[in-house]
Design a protein around this ligand. Structure first.
Ligand SMILES: [Zn+2]
Ligand SMILES: [Zn+2]
Length: 273
């Protein structure tokens, strides 16, 4: 049951709790990233920019803010409607930490992320189909340059598709309430990172095995500039297996990496491939 959460003995309605989280994570994570990279430290991080000489226009930004406001409202309502239906009683959410072994706490989050990534990859490929693209996914691809707000810029249908996976997983795989918060927080930080427009992964990431496993901001940026490659959300697995990964990805990443860590950096133009 998700009716009420006991937080320090103050019972909080699940719907109000979820709404607050949804709004605050947007303001603090997406808004904070925008303020940091696009306003306060714009010059300092210029060499981290993926499309170095491109900037999102004010009208694109306005459109993204309005669309993402709609996404917040729709995704919140979708979850609240679910919480008010009897279906809620069948969700496999547990509150007592001893219901499952402790090792299951991190493992269940990893399982949720892997399944979400798999769902997202195939759903994403489907909505790139010419018959669906215009009606479902165009809103997300409309801005010429992406920003932290692009990650929440969706058509209402896409919002429903994106939210659906969490609801479905809640019926199938047991998860502790804390893990749900962790899962949605990881998901949101990732979505802001991959739409940041800046590559901020640490230098060592490129030569660690993690580079082979996880996508990066550069990886998803290439999806927005070329459309036909890089459909993954967290992992490179499906793109590599299905041969939908941009063949220039590693070269582009290395060009940005070289620029980022060069001592003699001068803005001489965007990467070429
Ligand atoms: Zn897409
Ligand atoms: Zn995107």
């Amino acid at each position: 049951m998700l009716e009420k959460f006991d937080i320090d003995n103050n019972f909080v309605d699940a719907d109000i709790f979820y709404t607050i989280i949804n709004i605050f994570r947007y303001i603090f994570i997406a808004g904070g990233a925008y303020l940091f990279y696009y306003c306060l430290f714009k010059k300092k991080y210029e060499k981290n920019k993926i499309q170095i000489n491109e900037t999102i226009t004010n009208s694109e930004l306005k459109r993204e803010l309005l669309a993402s406001f709609q996404t917040i409202v729709v995704s919140t309502l979708f979850v609240i409607i679910f919480l008010y239906t009897p279906l809620d009683n069948y969700a496999k959410v547990y509150l007592n930490i001893n219901d499952y072994p402790l090792w299951y706490i991190p493992v269940s989050v990893i399982i949720y992320l892997i399944l979400q990534d798999t769902y997202f990859y195939w759903m994403h490929r489907l909505i790139h189909h010419p018959k669906l693209f215009r009606y479902v996914h165009l809103v997300h691809h409309k801005s010429n340059v992406i920003s932290p707000f692009t990650g929440y810029t969706f058509h209402i249908f896409e919002t429903l598709f994106e939210t659906l996976i969490l609801i479905v997983l809640l019926f199938i795989i047991p998860i502790h309430l804390i893990d749900i918060l962790l899962y949605i927080t990881i998901g949101f930080i990732n979505v802001v990172y991959i739409h940041l427009g800046y590559e901020i992964a640490p230098k060592w990431f490129r030569h660690s095995f993690l580079f082979k496993v996880f996508i990066s901001s550069t990886h998803h940026n290439l999806h927005h500039t070329k459309f036909k490659y890089n459909h993954g959300l967290y992992f490179r697995f499906w793109d590599r297996l299905m041969k939908t990964e941009d063949p220039h990805y590693v070269d582009v990443y290395d060009t940005i990496q070289e620029r980022r860590f060069s001592k003699n950096y001068k803005n001489v133009g965007d990467f070429k491939d």
